[in-house]
Design a protein around this ligand. Structure first.
Ligand code: ATP
Length: 209
């Protein structure tokens, strides 16, 4: 599904962080979002994920709005935040079960667990997991259901070399399956490896990088 963002604006702490962001991403396209620390990359992803409200503007997936937690197309959006956090007492299995129940889709199957290397800590509480382990667990939850737009915030941060290779392969597969990917990153090698279009957020606007 095509992601379309039009004139998105957000003011935070008295500063216009997003000052009319426009973007179109085709089905199966990966877009790498670069920008200095504090440029507003996470803010943009949070808005698209429905966890933060925009002040103005529109964002649609396949023509249906994704803005706000009750948006019609929200079930097609998967999001992994930068901190990849969950309540400390939850295990990755419980997080996946919770997300699956909320989305009314089946819990992840064995093949998915194997693929993401989750077996070793599937039943351990989040509070005792490393950043990379939490990131893999959150990615597993974010991929549940019919995800057509994947939003990833600094996804290679905290991953070991094998994790980055697996993530790269997974992103290529998802692109071939038509998933649109928007990834905030400081990692040009990862952007290149997944064949992403590069854009840069600067002074509140998106430009080709
Ligand atoms: N809740 C908030 N209240 C006030 N200001 C905020 C809030 N959240 C973020 N900001 C500010 O908004 C700006 C954009 O932050 P954001 O986290 O989106 O940047 P970023 O591009 O993701 O940065 P980084 O590369 O460091 O992760 C920053 O100046 C930040 O201080």
């Amino acid at each position: 599904m095509t992601l379309s963002i039009v004139e998105l604006k957000k003011r935070l702490g008295g500063r216009l962080v997003l000052d009319g962001v426009d973007l179109v991403a085709d089905p199966g396209e990966a877009v790498a979002l670069f920008g200095d620390n504090g440029a507003g990359k996470s803010t943009l992803l949070r808005i698209l994920a429905g966890v933060l409200d925009a002040d103005r503007g529109r964002a649609t997936l396949g023509g249906a709005s994704i803005l706000g937690s009750a948006a019609a197309a929200r079930g097609h959006v998967g999001y992994v935040p930068e901190a990849a956090d969950a309540p400390a007492h939850l295990s990755p299995r419980e997080l996946a079960a919770l997300v699956a129940a909320l989305k009314r889709v089946p819990a992840p199957d064995e093949a998915r667990l194997e693929r993401l290397g989750l077996h070793a800590y599937w039943d351990r509480p989040f509070g005792g997991l490393s950043l990379g382990q939490r990131r893999r667990s959150c990615l597993c939850a974010a991929l549940l259901g019919d995800v057509r737009l994947l939003l990833l915030d600094e996804p290679t941060n905290g991953l070991d070399a094998a994790g980055v290779r697996e993530l790269t392969a997974l992103m290529k597969e998802r692109r071939e399956a038509g998933t649109t990917i928007l990834v905030a990153t400081h990692d040009p090698a990862f952007a290149e490896a997944i064949g992403a279009t590069r854009v840069r957020l600067s002074a509140g606007k998106l430009r080709a990088d």
